[in-house]
Design a protein around this ligand. Structure first.
Ligand code: IPE
Ligand code: IPE
Ligand code: MG
Length: 254
């Protein structure tokens, strides 16, 4: 059952507001709570991150099955570099392993990969594998998967402002032409539709520097479960919650 049928089974279906509702085309997830999941089991944090990778696999599979077109996963923030070096090494190690072990399968499943964030902060071999994964999956169309790595929204906006300023200084951009759409072309998400739905696990209710520009009108769903426990039921429940929301974009309805 895809998100469109979830909307149809919505109690309010048939009302003018419900008719205007669309399925979530782009879902972005703040995958939080790995450390708490491990602590609750008396395990080291890295065990939580490992279980988190399994949840990533499930989320990609579920998104594909439910007909989500775009899935963005917040895997590592620019602030996460401030964690103890041992944890940073565990996380980059898992990323390295994921790139080596998963890309062939994702490619076969029709997933197109794209990475946003400051990849220059990763070691060379990881940077190489990120580029290779993007190139190898560039023709896939079943699911667009965006993984945010060393990503911070404020840094992204500053980088975009700098690029726009450089274009103005070079005489290739007239300041009068720099509107919202034009500015968005300087962001790392250029060409990607804005997220319709942001899901955050772990019970925290904040964005933690994730897609601040792009989330202007996203619906936010906060789930009380920890990321390693996120499965198809939780994903479907979040989509069902989205389908019950009435999006207005500032306009008066009716
Ligand atoms: C999310 O889990 C993974 C990353 C941020 C890399 P956390 O590691 O933040 O887990 P908690 O929030 O400490 O439980
Ligand atoms: C947000 O989680 C970043 C990712 C999920 C990658 P954090 O655990 O880093 O966020 P805070 O510190 O609780 O805000
Ligand atoms: Mg956390």
């Amino acid at each position: 059952m895809g998100p469109a049928s979830t909307v149809q089974t919505d109690e309010a279906a048939g009302t003018p507001a419900a008719e205007g509702r669309a399925a979530a085309r782009h879902v972005a997830i703040i995958m939080d709570g790995n450390g708490r999941w491990a602590a609750a089991r008396g395990l080291p944090r890295v065990a939580g991150h490992r279980a988190g990778v399994q949840a990533v696999r499930r989320a990609i599979e579920t998104a594909s099955k439910l007909g989500v077109e775009w899935l963005t996963l917040y895997a590592f923030s620019s602030e996460n570099w401030r964690r103890p070096i041992t944890e940073v090494l565990d996380l980059t190690g898992l990323l390295r392993h994921f790139l080596k072990s998963e890309i062939a399968e994702l490619k076969a499943e029709g997933v197109r990969l794209r990475f946003i964030g400051d990849r220059a902060r990763f070691e060379r071999d990881i940077q190489f594998d990120l580029g290779a994964a993007e190139r190898d999956t560039a023709h896939n169309t079943r699911l667009n998967l965006v993984i945010a790595l060393s990503y911070g929204a404020r840094a992204e906006i500053v980088t975009a402002a700098r690029a726009a300023a450089a274009a103005i200084a070079a005489g290739t951009l007239d300041p009068a032409d720099l509107d919202e759409d034009r500015f968005a072309t300087f962001l790392s998400t250029t060409g990607i539709p804005d997220p319709d739905l942001i899901i955050r696990t772990s019970g925290e209710q904040r964005l933690s520097n994730f897609l601040l520009w792009q989330c202007a009108y996203a619906e936010l769903v906060f789930l009380d479960l920890l990321w390693p426990d996120f499965g198809p039921e939780a994903f479907s429940a979040a989509l069902a919650e989205f389908a019950r929301r009435e999006r207005r974009f500032g306009a008066r309805l009716g």
